[in-house]
Design a protein around this ligand. Sequence first.
Ligand SMILES: Cc1cc2nc3c(=O)[nH]c(=O)nc-3n(C[C@H](O)[C@H](O)[C@H](O)COP(=O)(O)OP(=O)(O)OC[C@H]3O[C@@H](n4cnc5c(N)ncnc54)[C@H](O)[C@@H]3O)c2cc1C
Length: 444
Amino acid sequence: MTQPLPTAIIGAGPIGLAAAAHLLARGETPIILEAGPEAAASVRQWGHVRLFSPWSYLTDAPARALLEERGWVAPPDQDYPSGAELVERYLEPLSRHPRIAPHLHLERRVTGVARLGFDKMKTQGRENAPFVLTTAGPHGPERFLARAVIDASGTWRTPNPLGASGVAAAGEKQAAERLFYGIPDVLGAQRERYAGQHTLVVGSGHSAMNALLDLVQLAAQAPGTRVTWALRRANPDSVYGGGANDQLSERGALGQRLRHAVDAGLLNVRSGFRADTVEQQGAQLSVHSGAQRIDRVDRIIVATGFRPDLEMLRELRLDLDPATESPRALAPLIDPNVHSCGTVRPHGALELQQPEPGFYIVGMKSYGRAPTFLMLTGYEQVRSVVAELTGDRVAARDVQLVLPETGVCSVDSGGGCCAATPAGVSLEDFSLPASDPPPFTRVD
Ligand SMILES: Cc1cc2nc3c(=O)[nH]c(=O)nc-3n(C[C@H](O)[C@H](O)[C@H](O)COP(=O)(O)OP(=O)(O)OC[C@H]3O[C@@H](n4cnc5c(N)ncnc54)[C@H](O)[C@@H]3O)c2cc1C
């Protein structure tokens, strides 16, 4: 092998693309393997949703530096883009940048990551073997070699099921045609499916809130539209968030808008509901939680959260928290069972490291099943991870992020999460090397 191997990035979402920009800024070669036909494939699927973070929290410093080289003008800091605008004004131009585009391989879904010639059991010489990534897609199976791997594949493609136990509810698969996992565009492209129908939304996070508020708006326009919200918690008051105390005002406002809609009787609320069975009821569905039932449902929106795809990582040695499925050291900072703040103290390569040297899980996937990930967190993660991978241990350890507080802290895990800290972030400046890095190595 004559060329040094590249660092592979799985996923061209906001964090994967930022990782590429950080690698380029340090004179390294990325190779980005993206499952979708375009970069930011997951964000495109929720393009109709307005973000609760303003632009000032949504872009990464070296990525901006790359774009500015080509005359990019940053959107106004205080504006709140939709997912589609985030793609159009930032992620798409970044993915098409001449320094990034040659390294971006679309329609390559990574199905396996391993050490070349070493299955999980083999130890002797393991750390010197390159990584081999197997992909699937219209190009057929391919293999790519890499010196390090940054898994930024998110969790959007692996939603949790309707069943409250984490496995599919009885009848869930049979009812698939009437179920939607995520946030459908009920006021736009999918309006016809929901107008005049009775929709049950299951879940209590931001996705559920977005779906419920859109449906309430649809109900005001389309006669016969009914909305029911089912959540496991006994009291919906605990999900509305920090309101005016949230340092991200739009995140706080989301919960408050939902509270007003509930108080105004614009939707039915079924708290303490743990879906276990979906039954056909004539042309409609009936959803059960033990002896409780919600009848005459036409559509179900499953907004019960997401989980990381760990199947593709089976041949790697991982150390994940048994509850959150995040890197173990990160779990105490983000586990909603012990940490209610919705934000985390700064962390980087040290907390994200795995028993497999050179392999890191970053971005949304690094939070495993925990729901509170913010893009800024991911940008700081990849800054630190790339510094570590390029031997700059000082920069890798110097994590600097301060995230906006949710205003709903009830438990201080000892990490200082609940101190009143100013919102803001300090990211290092990077200068970009003039020459393009060498091409990637591929093994067919
Ligand atoms: C509706 C919604 C609103 C949000 N709003 C905010 C907000 O306002 N502020 C904020 O900070 N955060 C917000 N987030 C949280 C988070 O910042 C985003 O989800 C963000 O997109 C996460 O970036 P990511 O790069 O980690 O993952 P993703 O954006 O999910 O990108 C992962 C990429 O990997 C690809 N991929 C997946 N599997 C594979 C595979 N096996 N092989 C190859 N490629 C693969 C996907 O196609 C995708 O392009 C929001 C999330 C959602 C869902």
